[in-house]
Design a binder for this molecule. Structure first.
Ligand code: PLP
Length: 357
């Protein structure tokens, strides 16, 4: 028997979540975002579950090549584009699609001797102020590209800063106006929507939607649960209790005695810590399931272990099953308790985690 912590990846949940994307955005093609090892779920594994998507998007060129070599024939888009001429050669060789978002990329493109077509996504900064050409630059960028790329090889793209907030509607509308102004009446395909915009902003769906987090079954909308959106959790991190401590009132548990019992109580020691990807900053009170029942984390998370309150759980002991997040305990709730978002917890799954499907 090995250390009992594991992450169960439910591929049917990912497949189901893709159908939820289609329900909200029936017309556009879907560019499934699989960056950061498919948000921690495993690139090739997730891509198999997402094989009905028309494309994949990520940032890491080695991952893009891996996906192509695994036999996926869809569009594979590099969200930050390329960083060198050498990468351009890989893009051509593996028929990848690329974002371009700054002048240097256009210069590299125009000096590269291309033999086969490449699809370009021109990133426009419509207000996120992260990547993209300014509105003023777009006409000259498109003119520069027109020499080498027929219109059907060019998609206009932007990213929305506040699509997840109910108070973000005006911000989304302003970004949409900028996007339309940048397009300047050109009838090019476009791509704007992440998960939040797919769910909240149908006017942004365009020709390609780019769902990420919702495919993995976490909610992109603060205040709305994944279950309410019919999203199913794709990752369940579970473990077991490996020791039980009987505390007296006043006893502290773990490093810094960050939790102290105010009465006699039992505490379960769980195999799972920050070296597995559980957030160290999760405070006492963060929800945990033991034997399928909700209890709380107590004390400071260590590298390999954490402690849970077994008060009122006489049936719990060494070997009792523990869920840290996933089925039965939404990752969004754990993330909120730990002062972060589900994205960070999913992506931070440690390499040492045993994965089962
Ligand atoms: C990560 C990312 C997405 C997906 O965002 P979610 O909120 O996970 O749906 C879409 N577009 C771009 C450019 C991204 O970087």
């Amino acid at each position: 028997m090995s250390r009992p912590i594991q992450a169960l990846i439910d591929l049917s949940a990912i497949e189901h979540n893709l159908t939820v994307v289609r329900r909200h955005a029936p017309r556009p093609q879907v560019m499934a975002v699989v960056k950061a090892d498919a948000y921690g779920h495993g690139l090739l594994r997730a891509a198999d579950a997402l094989k009905r998507a028309e494309g994949f998007a990520m940032l890491e060129i080695d991952a893009a090549i891996q996906l192509r070599e695994a036999g996926h024939r869809q569009a594979i888009l590099l969200l930050e584009g390329f960083f060198s001429m050498e990468e351009l050669a890989w893009i051509e060789r593996y028929r990848l699609s690329t974002v371009i978002h700054h002048r240097e990329q256009i210069e590299m493109l125009s000096s590269y001797k291309r033999r086969s077509p490449v699809d370009i996504f021109v990133k426009i900064n419509t207000g996120m102020h992260r990547l993209g050409f300014s509105l003023a630059e777009i006409p000259s960028v498109l003119d520069a590209l027109a020499a080498d790329f027929p219109p059907h090889r060019i998609t206009l793209m932007t990213h929305l800063a506040r699509a997840d907030e109910s108070s973000g509607d005006e911000s989304v509308a302003a970004q949409m106006r900028s996007f339309e102004a940048a397009a300047g009446g050109r009838r090019l395909p476009c791509s704007l929507a992440n998960s939040a915009a797919i769910l909240r902003c149908p006017g942004t769906h365009g020709d390609w939607v780019r769902p990420g987090i919702m495919l993995y079954g976490a909610s992109p909308l603060p205040g709305t649960s994944a279950a309410a959106l019919d999203l199913r959790p794709a990752m369940t991190v579970s473990s077991r209790i490996i020791a039980v401590q009987a505390l007296q009132g006043g006893d502290g548990v773990g490093y810094g005695h960050a939790f102290r019992a105010d009465r006699p109580m039992r505490v379960g020691i769980v195999a799972g810590g920050y070296a597995d990807g559980y957030p160290r900053h999760a405070p006492t009170g963060t929800p945990v399931l033991v034997n399928g029942r909700r209890t709380r984390l107590v004390g400071r998370v260590s590298m390999d272990m954490l402690h849970v309150d077994l008060s009122g759980m006489e049936d719990a002991g060494v070997g009792s099953p523990v869920t840290l997040w996933g089925k039965g305990l939404p990752v969004d709730e754990v993330a909120r308790a730990a002062g972060t978002i589900a994205y960070e917890l999913l992506c931070a799954l440690a390499p040492r985690m045993r994965i089962v499907t």
